[in-house]
Design a protein around this ligand. Sequence first.
Ligand SMILES: [Fe+2]
Ligand SMILES: [Fe+2]
Length: 165
Amino acid sequence: MSSKKCREFEKIVQDILEKKEFQALDYELHHGISRYKHSLRVAKSAYKISKRLHWNYTDITRAALLHDFFLDKQLKKYNTATTFYKHPEIALENAKKYFSVNIIQENAILSHMFPSSKVFPKYKESWLVTFVDKFVSIYEMYRFKASLVLGIWTIFFFNVITLQK
Ligand SMILES: [Fe+2]
Ligand SMILES: [Fe+2]
């Protein structure tokens, strides 16, 4: 990202990134990294794409950053299947508690798990957030699994080599 775009991105999300309640996501595991890093990656990717498309990049970037704004403890009482459609509702609740969220951002957060969500993406901004989240999630999960497999094989070969007489 160019330094001009970097500055613009930071200006759009600065208040969110500075909030200690949002920084708590850095201690939550998500796709092998922290939920903070996942959210930031989704937000940066969504910002770049929406800038290129000349879409409403402010709403898209903020919604993308806030789409998974929840803590695991807030989902403890739900089973895994329920968390699929429940966590966007909690993310929206948290987002509204600390920031102003407009109707486009609200729909983008609530529908980001589409088609597993209860809410349909009503705006092109919502469609972009859900697509970017899916691509980023697939990338992160494969990278995590690949590094796990690579780590296991590295240990295996290290043991084979070092245990040889
Ligand atoms: Fe999510
Ligand atoms: Fe996500």
